[in-house]
Design a protein around this ligand. Structure first.
Ligand code: UDP
Ligand code: MG
Length: 316
C-alpha cells in the first residue's frame, strides 16, 4: 500500500519547513511507501526554494511547480494527478488541518470506506465574517445543488485510488473538488476535527476569491439558477392575469383613458412571455452546459488486472 500526501502551496514559504516536519512525523509508520507531493501554485515568494530545501532533508518529498498561479483547486488537481499512491490524503499547507489525523483516517479506511473527509466542528482563529459566510455558503449550496455536499467540509480528506481516478476522469475546467468527490459517490464517512488557526502567513481567500469559489461551486453542481427565469415567468403571468381583472374592472367602473388598459395588459403579459421563453432557453443551455462538461456516465468500481505495483519512486 503506497501513500501519497498532496498539498497545494501558494506563497507559503514560511510554513513549508513546519509542514514538512509535521507530515514526516505523520507518515512515519508508512514512510517506506509514501510520498509527499507539494505543489507550488505559481508562488511569488520563496515557496519553491523552500520546497527544494525540504527535499534535501525529506526523502519522501516530491515537488511540482506550476507555470503560473492557477488557483487552489487546480493546484490540488495537479498534485492529485502527480500522486502515485493507493491512498491519497490532501490538505492545506497552512496546517489548519491536522496531519496527525492521518492514522485515524487510515484506520477508518481499513474498515472499508473509500473516502474519509474531515468535517470541521470548530474553526479557531478565523474571523466571524469568514465563519458566517462559510456557514451560509454550505447551507445555500446544498439548497441549490442537485448532489448533497457534506457541510463544513473542506478539501481535507483521505481517498483511495478508485475514488481519485473517478474524480480525475471528470474533465470539467471549473473544479470544485469537494463537490466532485461528493458527486463521485462510493462509501464516504466524515471524521470530526477542530480547525486550527493558520500557523503562518495569511489567507489566500479574500472576499473576491471566496465569491468566485462560491459561484464555481454553484454553477458546477446545479442548473437551478438557470431555471429561475421559468419560475419568474409563472409569477409574472399570474400577476398579469390579476391585472387583467383589475383593468377590466376599472375600464367599466372608472371609464379610464382609452388605450391605458391595453398598454398595461400588453406590457405585463409580454414581459411574462419573454421570461418564459428565456426560461425555456435556460433549460436548454443548462442541459448543453452539463453535456459540454462531458462527465463519464458511470465508473467501474473495481478492476482486475495483472498485479503490477504502482511505480514506486525510489527515495533519492
Ligand atoms: N492556495 C493555492 N493557490 C491559490 C490559493 C491558495 O495553492 O491560488 C493554497 C494555499 O497555499 C493553501 C490552500 O490553498 O494551502 C488553502 O488556502 P488558504 O489557507 O489561504 O485558504 P483559507 O484556509 O483561508 O480558506
Ligand atoms: Mg487556510
Amino acid at each position: 500500500m503506497y501513500l501519497s500526501i498532496v498539498v497545494p502551496c501558494m506563497n507559503e514559504q514560511d510554513v513549508i519547513p513546519t509542514l514538512v516536519d509535521r507530515l514526516a512525523v505523520a507518515i512515519e509508520p508508512w514512510k517506506q511507501d509514501a510520498e509527499i507531493v507539494l505543489v507550488d501554485d505559481g508562488s511569488s515568494d520563496g515557496t519553491w526554494e523552500a520546497i527544494q530545501d525540504a527535499c534535501l532533508h525529506c526523502p519522501n518529498l516530491v515537488g511540482v511547480r506550476l507555470s503560473a498561479n492557477r488557483g487552489h483547486q487546480v493546484a490540488l488537481t495537479a498534485g492529485l494527478e502527480a500522486a502515485k499512491g493507493d491512498r491519497i490524503m490532501m490538505l492545506d499547507a497552512d496546517l489548519q488541518d491536522p496531519p496527525e489525523l492521518l492514522s485515524d483516517m487510515m484506520r477508518m479506511m481499513d474498515n472499508g470506506y473509500d473516502v474519509v473527509y474531515g468535517r470541521r466542528i470548530e474553526r479557531q482563529g478565523e474571523t466571524l465574517f469568514k465563519r458566517a459566510t462559510a456557514y451560509g455558503f454550505y447551507r445555500f449550496l446544498n439548497m441549490m445543488s442537485d448532489v448533497p455536499i457534506p457541510r463544513d467540509t473542506g478539501d481535507f480528506r483521505l481517498v483511495n485510488r478508485k475514488t481519485l481516478d473517478a474524480v480525475l476522469a471528470m474533465p470539467e475546467r471549473s473544479r470544485f473538488i469537494r463537490g466532485m468527490f461528493a458527486w463521485a459517490g462510493f462509501r464516504q464517512i466524515g471524521i470530526e476535527y477542530r480547525r486550527a488557526p493558520r500557523t503562518m502567513g495569511e489567507t489566500k481567500y479574500p472576499l473576491r476569491a471566496m465569491l468566485r469559489f462560491a459561484i464555481d461551486a454553484m454553477t458546477s453542481f446545479s442548473t437551478k439558477p438557470l431555471k429561475l427565469a421559468t419560475r419568474l415567468s409563472f409569477a409574472s403571468l399570474g400577476v398579469s392575469a390579476l391585472m387583467a381583472i383589475y383593468v377590466a374592472y376599472s375600464l367599466i367602473i372608472y371609464q379610464t383613458a382609452p388605450g391605458w388598459a391595453s398598454v398595461v395588459l400588453a406590457v405585463s403579459f409580454f414581459s411574462g412571455v419573454q421570461l418564459l421563453t428565456l426560461g425555456i432557453l435556460g433549460e436548454y443551455i443548462g442541459r448543453l452546459y452539463v453535456e459540454a462538461k462531458n462527465r463519464p456516465l458511470y465508473f467501474v468500481s473495481e478492476e482486475l488486472r495483472e498485479a503490477t505495483p504502482v511505480s514506486i519512486r525510489k527515495s533519492a
